[in-house]
Design a protein around this ligand. Sequence first.
Ligand SMILES: [Zn+2]
Length: 72
Amino acid sequence: MSLAYRIVFECPNGHNINLQKKCGSVSLSEAKAIKLFGNEELSCPKCGWHGKASGVRLLRILPFNWILAAAT
Ligand SMILES: [Zn+2]
C-alpha cells in the first residue's frame, strides 16, 4: 500500500481540478504541496483552462490509498 494524495485546485473560473500524486510523506501541508507540485501543469476538465498549479488556489488535500484509487 502506498500513500498518495488527491490535491484539489480551483481553476480561475471556479472549477475543481484534481491532481493525484503518490507521496512518501505522511503529512502534507498546503505549503509543502505547493512546493512539491507547483510546477505541475493542470488542465481544467470543464473549461479547458490550463496552467501551473502554483498559479491557482489550493482547496483541499486528501490522503488516499493509491491501490484502491487506481481501480476507480
Ligand atoms: Zn475551469
